[in-house]
Design a binder for this molecule. Structure first.
Ligand code: FES
Length: 118
């Protein structure tokens, strides 16, 4: 299957690799099979908002513009009405193909230099 110019190999209904585009920042990254959107983003240096990373705080909530996700665990911070409205918890969401998502931007600032003195 080809979407957004990237091949998706499916094995037993699980997308093995897919591409995510972030709006409005324009960042793109790849999600490996079984990986959450947030874990994939952080692994590739794309900073998305998050807190608990277990589906309870809602800090990673954003909108799915195009594509579909599934969840392997309950998502207490995401109501059925929110899910129906296209919102997702990216710390738990597993893409089922290429995605386009909308999340608030998190400014990246490199770590300050470490200064020690004796
Ligand atoms: S980081 Fe807390 S719900 Fe996703």
């Amino acid at each position: 299957m080809w979407r957004f110019g990237l091949s998706i190999f499916k094995y037993q209904g699980i997308a093995m690799s897919c591409k995510v585009r972030v709006q409005p920042s324009g960042h793109e990254f790849t999600v490996k099979g079984g990986e959450s959107v947030l874990d994939a983003a952080l692994r590739q240096g794309v900073i998305l908002p998050y807190g608990c990373r277990n589906g309870t705080c809602g800090s990673c909530k954003g909108r799915i513009v195009a594509g579909h996700v599934t969840y392997e665990t309950p998502t207490p911070a995401l109501g059925a009405d929110e899910q129906a409205a296209g919102l997702a918890l990216f710390c738990q969401a597993r893409p089922q193909g290429d995605l386009s998502i909308e999340v608030r931007a998190v400014p990246f600032s490199p770590p300050a230099p470490c200064r020690t003195s004796r």
